[in-house]
Design a protein around this ligand. Structure first.
Ligand code: TRP
Ligand code: SF4
Length: 330
């Protein structure tokens, strides 16, 4: 039986951090064993916010692929296909055709749109391109007839619009040409930033895959912990501590339970707890960072992988476009 298909994309707008690694890349890597996966750099989507500085997109593109590969995405036995959205021009053609059938109200009511219009004050996103963001995303997905799209909760409204557009297209032209995809909900990244808020480039609270051991040490040292522990003798609650989720990923099980117990009894201080984490995180991340350094030093290999993936993607995309043009009589 042929594998079901998964598609997901990421905008190359900045450096990857541990939130991306544990929230997205590890999930993408695991899905490769079960599905035929297409993972791409959504460089056109990146332009919706970066159009005044388009060079940002190119600067982040290859590093993002190196990050993915070092995390096992696009490499290994069941490697998915990596590609660049803008190199498969069919996405743009389908975007145009889907835009014809998409009612404005669906886009204007999109909660993500309304939220970003309110919040992204420093970027002028009062553009046609930004309103049409979900239509381009729908094209990205349905052009591969993807069954599943791994996304975070924040992307669910976009996926719902994709489903609606696919259904409307099929209804209008009387044929089940496009597949309305289902979300594979990625559990919200358990990792907070060093200040306790969501890990994000815009909050400047992230630990990056590119960070040196010294930078990691600095960041963990100034990390906010459970506020109940104003003094070392005050007991804390690891499940309410920003640091503990990192131990859950990077420290051995025995140390995790020992820390949890000692924290609740106030027999370990946060400084000591951080020392353990600094060591384990630096060591745990080292193999990935080595692979990452390798890919960055061998970008020709990265490009070869991505160009091969782009060829594969283009083949599938052009087949869908032939069907789409056909039902429209074009
Ligand atoms: N909007 C997605 C994000 O910001 C990126 C994206 C673009 C995407 N096209 C996609 C994700 C298609 C999944 C499928 O995270
Ligand atoms: Fe957090 Fe560790 Fe301090 Fe407990 S001891 S509050 S888990 S940093």
């Amino acid at each position: 039986m042929s594998k079901k298909r998964v598609v997901s994309g990421m905008r190359p707008t900045g450096k990857s951090h541990l939130g991306h690694l544990h929230g997205i890349f590890e999930n993408w890597r695991a899905l490769q064993d079960t599905y035929e996966c297409f993972y791409f750099a959504a460089d056109w989507h990146a332009l919706t916010s970066e159009y005044k500085h388009p060079e940002v997109v190119g600067q982040n593109l290859w590093e993002m692929f190196a990050d993915m590969l070092s995390a096992g995405v696009g490499t290994g036995e069941n490697a998915g296909y990596l590609f660049i959205q803008s190199q498969v021009k069919e996405h743009a053609e389908l975007f145009l055709l889907l835009s014809m059938v998409t009612p404005l109200g669906w886009l204007e009511r999109n909660p993500t749109y309304k939220e970003l219009m309110r919040e992204l004050k420093e970027k002028d996103i009062h553009t046609f391109g930004f309103l049409g963001y979900p239509v381009l995303q729908a094209a990205d997905i349905v052009i591969y007839k993807a069954h599943y799209v791994p996304v975070g909760k924040d992307q669910l409204p976009h996926l719902e619009i994709t489903r609606e557009i696919a259904r409307r297209f099929n209804f209008l032209y009387g044929k089940e040409t496009l597949v309305p995809p289902d979300a594979l909900l990625t559990e919200a990244a358990a990792l907070g930033g060093v200040d306790g808020r969501k890990m994000s480039k815009s909050y400047d609270n992230a630990i990056y895959l590119a960070d040196t051991p010294e930078e990691i040490k600095q960041k963990i040292s100034r990390m906010v912990t459970d506020t109940r522990r104003a003094r070392k003798s005050d007991p804390g609650e690891p499940d309410a501590c920003n640091l503990y989720p990192f131990h859950k990923i990077y420290s051995p099980k025995e140390l995790q339970s020992q820390i949890a117990e000692d924290c609740r009894k106030a027999t370990i201080g946060c400084v000591q707890c951080k020392k353990y984490l600094i060591k384990n995180l630096i060591e745990g991340l080292a193999p990935l960072q080595e692979r990452r350094a390798y890919y960055l030093a061998h970008l020709d290999e990265v490009k070869e992988i991505v160009y091969a993936g782009t060829e594969k993607a283009r083949g599938v995309a052009s087949q869908t476009m032939a069907e789409v043009r056909d039902v429209l009589g074009f």
